[in-house]
Design a protein around this ligand. Sequence first.
Ligand code: AKB
Length: 317
Amino acid sequence: MTRILVTGSYGQIGTELVGVLRKKYGGENVLATGRKKPPAILNEDGPYYRLDILDENQLHTMLVDYDIDIIIHNASVLSATGEKNPQLAYRTNVEGTYNVMEAVRILGLEQALVPSSIAAFGPSTPRDNTPNDVITRPTSMYGVTKVFVELFGEYYKLRYDIDFRSLRYPGVISAEALPGGGTTDYAVAIFYEALKEKKYTCFLGPDTRLPMMFMPDCIKSTIDLMEADNEKLKHRTFNVTAFSFTPAELAEEIRKHIPEFEIDYEPDFRQQIADSWPMSLDDSVAREEWGWKPDYDLPAMVEEMLEKLSKKLGLEY
Ligand code: AKB
C-alpha cells in the first residue's frame, strides 16, 4: 500500500485531505505532520508528528522511518501573511519546498505533490479565463514563492526525472478548519458572520471577482492529480477551478437562505493583492490530461456550507 506524508496537515486543506486519504489508503499509511499542535480529529485514525519543514534532518528521518512513497507538501504561508512577513514566506515556502524536493531526490521517493496558487499570476497576466501556460509575474511575495515552487519542481522533473505535480488552487471554501492569512478568506468568514450576526464587513470591494472551489472539489482535484497516470501528464502544473464570484454575488446567494443578511465593504491591503489575480481560470489542461471536473457550483456550495456550519455552530437559519 502507498504511504503518504502530508505537511501542513492542521491547515484548512490538510485537515480534510488527511481524513479522506486515510479512508482510502488506511489510517496507518497516511502520516499527518505539522508545526503546531494538531486538531483532535487528526489523531483519531492515524499518526500525527510534529515536523518543522525547515529541519531537513527531521524530514529525512521521518521519510525513511515511515517508508514514505509520496509527500504532499501543503505547509505554506499564504498571501496576506506573506505581505506582512515576506521573509517568513520565503523561508517556509521556498526553503521548505527546497528541503522537500531534495529529500525526494536523495531518498528516491515516488512523487512530490506541492500545491501552487492563482497567486502565481500577476497584473500582466490576462485576468479573464486565464490559460494554464501564460505569463506569471506576480507582485505578492506569496506569488513569487509559488512561481519558485512551479519552476523548481519542473526543473527537478527535467533534470532528475522526479515525479513532481502541482495544482494552482483558487480560493478554497470549507466548513471544517478555518483558512488563515489568505486574501480569499473572506469567502469563508462571510458564512460564520451570516449565521452568527446576519451581517458581514468584507475586506474586499463588492465587485472583486476571484476563482474559487468548495473543499470536496479541492480534495478531489488533489487526490485525482496524485493518482493520475504519470505517462499521460504533459504538464506538471495545472490550473483548477470550479466557479468565480464577487463578494456581492456571494452575499446575494446567501440572502436566498438568510434574507435579512447584510454586507458592507471596507477594502484593506488585500484588495491590491486580489486585483493582481485572475478573475476566472481556464482549467482545460487539467480536464484533458487527468479528467478534472468539479462537482459543485455556487448555489450547491452555499447550500451545503450553510447546512454544515449551522450544525457545527448550533445555529438555526
Ligand atoms: C490566499 O488567498 O492566499 C490563498 C490562495 C488563493 O492561494 N487562499
